[in-house]
Design a protein around this ligand. Sequence first.
Ligand code: ATP
Ligand code: MG
Length: 161
Amino acid sequence: MLFPVWGLKFEFKREFMEKMIINIENLGDFTKNIANKIKEVKLPVFIGLKGEMGAGKTTFTRELIKNITNETDVVVTSPTFTLINVYETIPQIVHVDLFRLETYDDIIFSGIDYYMFESQSIIIAEWYDKINYLMPKNNIKININIVSEFEREFEVFYDLQ
Ligand SMILES: Nc1ncnc2c1ncn2[C@@H]1O[C@H](COP(=O)(O)OP(=O)(O)OP(=O)(O)O)[C@@H](O)[C@H]1O
Ligand SMILES: [Mg+2]
């Protein structure tokens, strides 16, 4: 039975899924909606992305960073070679590429777990399925599938508190 206790803050888990076709014109509005949901929850928040080459992982990340920070001059590049890109925005945003990380040791050695669990950051991780077993309590997983040249199917799994 649930009953209110004075001074105790209840946290309700929100788990839901959205699936929609997004084209390059409405990508901005779609991303803004996700950014607004992220702004409502406690940091750290993990955003996982999955999708084949050219699906739009980096394009989405760029748009998301713009919508979260309201800064238009942040230059977002792919973390393919750097593995982790840290943007000293408010809040701090960490963009990582997990593609080449295989083992649990690889993950720990990379230091990504610090950002996922100890920081006040938003972590955007490409190829999140590599660390499906290691999700922080606020996370959003996004699968992007190519439908046509300008259309993508976005499947968004929210797991927020
Ligand atoms: N609805 C859409 N959402 C995102 N990108 C789209 C969409 N429609 C077309 N595009 C185009 O698809 C391309 C996506 O490239 P992007 O570099 O973001 O993909 P990626 O998933 O990061 O690929 P890679 O794995 O090679 O890094 C861009 O040229 C972008 O303009
Ligand atoms: Mg990319």
